[in-house]
Design a protein around this ligand. Structure first.
Ligand SMILES: Nc1ncnc2c1ncn2[C@@H]1O[C@H](COP(=O)(O)OP(=O)(O)O)[C@@H](O)[C@H]1O
Ligand SMILES: [Mg+2]
Length: 267
């Protein structure tokens, strides 16, 4: 199983939307996919029209104080989209888990990784949705991941947080916590064609980051579908937005092959 986190320090850039759509498309491509909701807001869970049963969410799996701990099979919600299983989030449970993880320094940071490794034979791809953080659960996701797709809006403020986030990923990759971690590239979201997006793309490339050719335009269909509990890529299969997400998934998959065959340092 290869684990990807669409991450970013900044909120509202589209991490959850991208995560849901990439998971849904990968499932449609015929892969067995696990989607993991590691953001206390639990919007990934909502994006698939789901809700965790009380006591049976990802937070309960990660919290050593929960006794007895539920099993993965009791928590996972199967077939939330073709080929996709979901580890659902619950706000309170994940906040409690984060406190518990904080109290257990290194061991805490490894918990999600260990959990995912225990089901690594069952899935080919895993996507983790994270809160906009470079500490706490943000690091838990970096430790559990093989590749990071940095989601960014083509704006000056997002460029600044992209650099901060990339630096944190590099720090984790250069530590014993996860030496195999790689940044796959920066995915630009909510793009309105114009000089600013070209300028930011240039800045990102100059700073040594790979920027995916395929970006995602600002589109009302992207938000509307998420609110309806079905990712846009499935709800609007035959429209531009559905085709765009497919092209993004293709490019990430090509980049993955490239990175796996020619290892390089993060960033
Ligand atoms: N390509 C897009 N075009 C327009 N709106 C988008 C796009 N991607 C995401 N959104 C909307 O932007 C808001 C924030 O997206 P979300 O995925 O929740 O971001 P994050 O998880 O990074 O906080 C949501 O209302 C979402 O529907
Ligand atoms: Mg989110």
């Amino acid at each position: 199983m290869y684990v990807v986190t669409p991450g970013q320090q900044k909120g509202g850039v589209g991490k959850t939307t991208v995560t849901a759509n990439l998971a849904a498309i990968s499932g449609e491509f015929g892969l067995k996919v696990l989607a993991v909701d590691l953001d206390p807001q639990s919007h990934l869970t909502l994006s698939f029209g789901q809700q965790a049963r009380k006591g049976y969410s990802l937070g309960d799996l990660l919290n050593s104080q929960v006794n007895p701990t539920p099993t993965f099979d009791e928590v996972v919600i199967r077939d939330v989209a073709p080929g996709v299983d979901l580890l659902p989030g619950d706000e309170r449970a994940l906040e409690l888990a984060e406190n518990d993880i904080d109290n257990d320094k290194i061991g805490g940071l490894l918990r999600l990784r260990t959990l995912l490794e225990s089901v690594g034979e069952r899935y080919q791809l895993c996507f983790i949705d994270t809160p906009p953080k470079i500490e706490g659960l943000g690091v838990v996701a970096m430790v559990a991941s093989d590749g990071i797709v940095i989601v960014s809006e083509p704006q000056t403020l997002s460029f600044a947080s992209t650099k901060v986030y990339a630096a944190k990923v590099a720090q984790v990759a250069n530590s014993p916590l996860n030496p195999n971690l790689r940044i796959l590239g920066v995915l630009l979201n909510k793009v309105v064609e114009g000089e600013e997006s070209q300028f930011i793309t240039g800045l990102l490339r100059e700073s040594g980051l790979h920027v995916f050719e395929q970006s995602i335009p600002a589109s009302r269909l992207a938000s509307k579908a998420a609110a309806g509990g079905i990712p846009a890529a499935l709800a609007n299969r035959n429209y531009g937005i559905g085709k765009t997400y497919r092209a993004v998934a293709d490019e990430i998959s090509d980049r993955l092959t490239e990175v796996l065959t020619a290892p390089e340092m993060a960033g």
